[in-house]
Design a protein around this ligand. Structure first.
Ligand code: BGC
Length: 404
């Protein structure tokens, strides 16, 4: 039997835009207007209205932690005007989690922006840092007595890559130069928000909070050990996986390392050009297990990454790990095999705070719409009925016993 630490956090994650529905004032909402109907978020899972029902289910499934995000465009739909009604809503959401004894882990930015910010150039505008801090300050004052874990920004590199390098997410830009500006502003926003959050807790004489980002990690593995593949692996590890983490550690602005892990990228580079080194992947290994979006299932990669993260001597929190599939048996196998690997990493000295499955509910998967099914709980989008999947029940037993 494999056992996890006693105080381990077990649960799942969501993000506001993907579940709440009707986030009219967000840049993503504006962008969606040009997509076909099925690709628009619409009412999403109606979680804004049904959050109590959803959290009751999480409780029933023995979760003791839940990661959620605040939708900035709701609380500050017009620049500089914070809506009491929306602030109250999030306060009630957090209070409800507390009532259920579920630890809230709160993300302040999960891919979407207020439309007013996007109209001013979004994260390319250096004032974005000031705007973000103003919003963060408001939220921290509101929630500091109820929240210990804060994630400032979800996956800064994924956000920049999709929106400013490959240009498939809003604002659909393809420019390395502009991407660089965005990542700089996001990094600065995190570092300053980190200090701000700690200062507010200190002034209020509260116990220090735990602040981090959620960094997406990919297991980059060269397909064959030629020079091109090895160099590409090195570059991707450096710029995608570890560069930002190291920079934030140097700036003393991580209390733990928050990671999201989904897949492996087998690297087979055709040419020594910059673009090939950054983007080429292997197309020969077709027989590997994949999720419904074609991402390879590779639990051992999580173990390898955890072992590599050990050198930073910070605790690690797995803030997302999940699979979209129509095959719920495969979902359970996915969870089980990842937990096995986490447990081995713990036995070998990695300090892990918790594991959050992505996601509690089937939800709106960004540009892919509603087809990918990541949820422990299925959502019927015709009537918003929730159905607990078998994999969720099996995971619930692990959450309860703390062992596999
Ligand atoms: C993101 C989620 C997304 C999930 C699955 C993560 O990178 O944080 O918003 O739904 O991946 O694609």
């Amino acid at each position: 039997m494999l056992s996890f630490p006693k105080d381990f956090f077990w649960g799942s994650a969501t993000s506001a835009y993907q579940v709440e529905g009707n986030n009219f004032c967000s840049d993503w909402w504006e962008w969606e207007k040009n997509l076909e109907l099925e690709k628009r978020s619409g009412k999403a899972c109606l979680h804004y209205e049904l959050y109590k029902e959803d959290f009751n289910l999480a409780k029933f499934l023995n979760h003791n932690a839940h990661r959620l995000s605040i939708e900035w465009s709701r609380v500050e739909s017009k620049e500089g005007f914070f809506l009491d009604k929306e602030l109250r809503h999030y306060l009630e959401v957090i209070e409800y989690l507390r009532e259920l004894r579920i630890e809230p882990i709160v993300t302040l930015h999960h891919f979407t922006n207020p439309l007013w910010l996007a109209k001013q150039g979004g994260w390319e505008n250096k004032n974005s840092v000031f705007y973000f801090l103003r919003y963060v300050e408001r939220l921290i004052h509101l929630l500091c007595e109820k929240v210990r874990f804060w994630i400032t920004i979800n996956e800064p590199i994924v956000y920049t890559y999709h929106g400013y390098i490959v240009g498939i997410w809003p604002p659909q830009i393809r420019s390395l130069w502009r991407a660089r500006r965005v990542i700089e502003n996001l990094t600065l926003a995190h570092i300053k928000a980190y200090k701000l959050i700690h200062n507010i807790y200190k002034r209020k004489k509260l116990n220090p909070p735990y602040v981090s980002i959620a960094q997406n990690l990919i297991a980059f593995v060269p397909c064959s050990l030629n020079l091109k593949n090895r160099f590409a692996t090195y570059l991707r590890d450096r710029f995608y996986n570890f560069g930002l983490i190291e920079r934030l550690i140097r700036a003393k602005s991580l209390d733990f390392i928050g990671i999201n892990y989904y897949t492996r990228n087998l690297i087979d580079v055709v040419d020594f050009k910059f673009q090939n080194l950054c983007l080429d992947s292997c197309s020969r290994h077709n027989l590997l297990e994949k999720n419904s979006l074609g991402w390879e299932i590779y639990p051992e990669g999580l173990y390898d990454l955890l072992m590599r993260l050990k050198r930073y001597k910070l605790k690690i929190f797995i803030l997302e790990n999940g699979i979209c599939t129509e095959n719920d048996g495969l979902r359970w196998e996915f969870i089980y095999r990842h937990l096995e690997n986490i447990c081995h990493a713990i036995q070998e000295g990695a300090e892990i705070l918790g594991y959050l499955y992505w996601s509690l509910l089937d939800n709106y998967e960004w540009d892919k719409g509603f087809l990918p099914r990541f949820g422990l709980i299925a959502v019927d989008y015709l009537n918003y009925r929730r159905t607990i999947r078998e994999s969720a029940k099996r995971f619930a037993l692990v959450c309860q016993s703390g062992s596999l």
